[in-house]
Design a protein around this ligand. Structure first.
Ligand code: BG6
Length: 512
């Protein structure tokens, strides 16, 4: 069961040199949205970039009866629609030869037995070498059943010299107790180094670049602490509403959907100490320390330092959109938040007294994810002597779109007078490297095929993140004293209470 390739010494730096290996990828939930929009298009793009191992078989596992041909046809349609690169017929045909469909009920052991036989046959005929990657793209309440049945069919173990791994989609639990339970269930069948908990934000190019920015440049790290940094903002804004995902979203809300995972992961990358090396566990050890250092809220702090909002009807880019309560499958009195803002502290030496402000929201005027580091003001002497201080330096890491980094600094306006204005030094991935970044799922699938878990969450990371989120959720879910769910019109930058949260500290949210 031990996955020896986990500590592959070939990996060097953050550029994975571990080689993705031939394998069979079984996708549970093959007819779902994720498979259509992300997984199969990502695999096709990996193939188009010439990075797919020579023998890869993709087996869609789902309940509805379907032939291989029908499955290929469906996948072709969605890949043409969602692929990053234009689909080329010849390449598609070759790629589609490796797509298969396996009909089975998640709860019926028989389907796993026949799956095992089919995989053995593919090993022989297709060269997949006994390596298996099980991708859980099904509803989370099915995870336990699938894991259990994989074990009963002996599919959790690989033969000597091969490997078996599971990739688990989010949400990983809904609170600390359920995450712990799920970890225990997984660990009964798969060891930790066979387990890849996905957080697709970690696969985004600029998220990976945070560690390079911090630890491959000599100029930032000496300033990266409370002596020089005033505060940090992390924003994930989306113009999209809940779309057709209300079934899931109603049970999650913005806090569980975005903050527990993506936002806390970004915070970790910004806040970690330099790891001893770039191995998966060295980095994850440091992330866990950050998560443990996040100050847990007392109930009154939750009421003061967090904001929960829900969009009402409004307009985005001139187009009218309905409010959350009018979306399909949303309960008429729903209390689910579509916006969350919080102020938190990482209580360690580096970050003592530096607030981190996080905000996420749907139906905001613009889509964009960014982190901004606001440095302290220059001393109030010389140019800064006037009653109004010159602006702070701000380092902005744009996770998406237009991935890049910019630094705001002060410059003299040309001319005889001594006017000072803010200017921007700007790095754009697109123009500097002249090629589009791969999609997060491409990178993460390749890493899983290579046995590199660096960009996946470890069991203790997930649990620590939940233990923090639970302190908020408990107060938000209180019957009597829960902070009010405030509304904001679609197309606005969120509830006023979120601006007040900043204003209280004499700060404002950065305009995206
Ligand atoms: C998902 C959330 O994890 O991330 C969605 O469930 C959200 O609600 C999405 O829209 C945002 O990801 P991206 O990559 O589109 O920014």
């Amino acid at each position: 069961m031990h996955d020896k390739s986990q500590s592959n010494p070939l990996r060097e730096g953050l550029s994975s040199k571990a080689v993705p290996q031939p394998c069979a990828i079984v996708i549970f939930g093959a007819t779902g949205d994720l498979t259509h929009r992300k997984l199969v298009p990502a695999l096709y793009n990996i193939a188009a970039d010439g990075e797919l191992p020579p023998a890869v078989a993709v087996i869609g596992f789902a309940r509805r009866p379907k032939t291989d041909e029908e499955f290929r046809h469906e996948m072709e349609e969605s890949t043409r629609k969602f692929s990053r690169q234009t689909v080329r017929d010849e390449l598609w045909n070759k790629f589609a030869d490796g797509l298969y469909y396996h009909q089975g009920d998640f709860s019926d052991e028989a389907g796993y037995k026949t799956l095992a036989e089919r995989l053995a046959k593919l090993d022989e005929e297709g060269g997949t070498r006994g390596n298996r990657l099980f991708y859980f793209a099904a509803a989370p309440d099915q995870f336990e059943t699938i894991i259990e049945n994989l074990r009963k069919a002996g599919l959790n173990k690989a033969r000597e010299g091969s490997w078996a791994r599971v990739i688990l989609e989010k949400p990983f639990g809904t609170d600390l107790a359920s995450a712990k339970h799920l970890n225990r269930v997984v660990q009964k069948s798969f060891s930790e180094n066979q387990t890849y908990r996905i957080d697709h934000f970690l696969g985004k190019e600029t998220a990976q670049n945070i560690l390079v920015l911090r630890f491959a440049n000599a100029i930032f790290e000496p300033l990266w602490n409370g002596d020089h940094i005033d505060h940090v903002q992390i924003t994930a804004a989306e113009t999209l509403g809940v779309e057709n995902r209300a079934g899931y979203y109603e049970t999650a809300g913005a806090l569980r959907d975005m903050v527990q995972n993506h936002m806390l992961q970004l915070l970790c990358l910004m806040a970690i100490e330099p790891p001893t090396d770039l191995g998966a566990d060295s980095i994850r050890d440091e992330k866990v320390k950050v998560l443990r250092s996040i100050r847990r809220y007392q109930p009154d702090q939750v009421r003061r330092d967090t904001v929960r909002g829900q969009y009402i009807e409004g307009a985005i880019a001139g187009k009218e959109v309905s409010g959350y309560l009018a979306e399909k499958n949303v309960a008429p009195q729903s209390n689910t938040e579509t916006y969350a803002a919080l102020k938190l502290h990482v209580d360690n030496w580096r970050w003592s007294d530096v607030p981190f402000y996080i905000r996420v929201g749907k139906r905001l005027p613009k889509s964009g994810t960014e982190i901004s580091v606001h440095f302290k003001n220059a001393p109030q002497v010389l140019f800064n002597r006037e009653s109004v201080a010159v602006d702070q330096n701000v380092l902005v890491i744009r996770i998406q779109p237009d991935e890049g980094i910019s630094l705001r600094m002060q410059a003299k306006v040309p001319g005889a007078s001594f006017r000072i204005e803010s200017v921007k030094m700007d790095f754009h991935y697109g123009t500097s490297f002249g090629k589009a970044s791969p999609e997060a799922y491409e990178r993460l699938l390749l890493d899983a095929m290579s046995g590199d878990a660096t960009l996946f969450a470890r069991c203790d990371e997930v649990e620590q993140a939940w233990s923090f989120i639970d302190t908020i959720r408990e107060v938000w879910d209180e019957k009597k004293d829960a902070p009010q769910l405030v509304s904001y019109p679609a197309g606005s930058w969120g509830p006023e209470a979120a601006d007040e949260l900043m204003a209280r500290d004499g700060r404002t949210w950065r305009r995206l």
